[in-house]
Design a protein around this ligand. Structure first.
Ligand code: ATP
Length: 283
């Protein structure tokens, strides 16, 4: 499996002589997958995402981008940071420009775009993320869902190969959550590898191809979502729960005496039973 980004034996401490947040941490993110990083509060998920974006430098160990060791020299780091876009947990707080248009332009300017190229990319981004009606609006007049869309658009304007998202659906309503997932699926279909840290296990199960479970700064599971949730005692031990979607799939399989029930079939069945657009049960 070819790794896009690899963490190799990384140790990281925020404070001098402080407790290591990551210890001998190794993880490979393959090209072209939809990955979810899971783990209890404080397990190290945001730290991993910041390091994957070159914002934090390991105390020990190495990072590899497409097999090549990451250099922390300024120029190389700037190049690397453009290839790995990070949308922060409170993305809306990162929007500092007066308007949507200016915010996206600011990111492009910082990345060295100017003149016609800047204008072209700006217009493409505004169109692609359906921001036409919002472009001249002051950022503080936007809803949370709209602010998240602007933050995502700002990062995607730089066409990263790896998109990193820290709890992108927190505080979004079910419709906005669904819109965001549709957007992420489009981004993924166009060739971007997507990694999301989330506490929403139903969503992670429905969306991700690959799980990384972090506990106390260690990678304790890497693999398929079904494999992870099949071992309930392990899931509970890691401070997580088996989501309702997984349970319904197992139940339907038994009741209907089928070999397998796809996630899509299970989602459709739950929606039919609950008469809802999206599943919002459990964490
Ligand atoms: N800037 C910082 N300075 C010092 N310690 C920090 C800093 N940021 C995070 N930590 C500590 O590092 C550990 C891991 O934090 P991190 O935010 O990576 O966890 P997380 O899994 O993303 O948590 P959550 O699910 O609550 O967002 C925690 O103990 C946290 O207190």
């Amino acid at each position: 499996m070819k790794a896009l980004l690899e963490f190799e034996n990384i140790t990281f401490t925020y404070e001098r002589n402080g407790k290591a947040v990551l210890q001998n941490f190794s993880m490979k993110i393959p090209v072209g997958k939809k990955c979810a990083i899971l783990g209890r509060n404080g397990s190290g998920k945001s730290t991993i995402l910041s390091m994957a974006n070159g914002l934090l430098r390991p105390n020990e160990g190495k990072l590899f981008w497409k097999g090549e060791e990451l250099s922390f020299k300024k120029k190389r780091l700037i190049e690397f940071r453009q290839k790995t876009g990070l949308v922060f947990q409170n993305a809306e707080e990162m929007l500092l420009s007066p308007t949507v248009y200016e915010d996206i332009a600011y990111g492009l300017l910082n990345a060295g775009y100017k003149g016609d190229l800047l204008e072209k990319r700006l217009m493409e981004t505004i169109k692609r993320y359906a921001l036409n009606d919002l472009q001249d609006r002051p950022i503080h007049h936007l809803s949370l869902g709209e602010k998240r869309r602007v933050a995502l658009a700002g990062v995607m304007a730089l066409e990263p190969e790896l998109l990193l998202l820290d709890e992108p659906t927190s505080f979004l309503d079910p419709v906005q959550t669904e819109n965001l997932l549709n957007e992420l699926n489009k981004i993924h279909e166009q060739g971007t590898t997507v990694v999301m840290a989330t506490h929403d296990l139903n969503l992670a199960y429905e969306w991700a191809d690959l799980f990384y479970v972090i506990d106390y700064g260690q990678l304790v599971f890497e693999g398929e979502p079904d494999q992870f949730f099949s071992n309930e005692s392990f899931v509970l031990e890691k401070g997580l729960i088996v989501p309702i979607l997984f349970q319904v799939r197992q139940l339907l399989k038994d009741v209907l005496e089928l070999q397998a029930v796809s996630k899509e079939e299970a989602v459709a069945k739950i929606k039919e039973m609950l008469g809802q657009r999206r599943i919002t049960i459990g964490g």
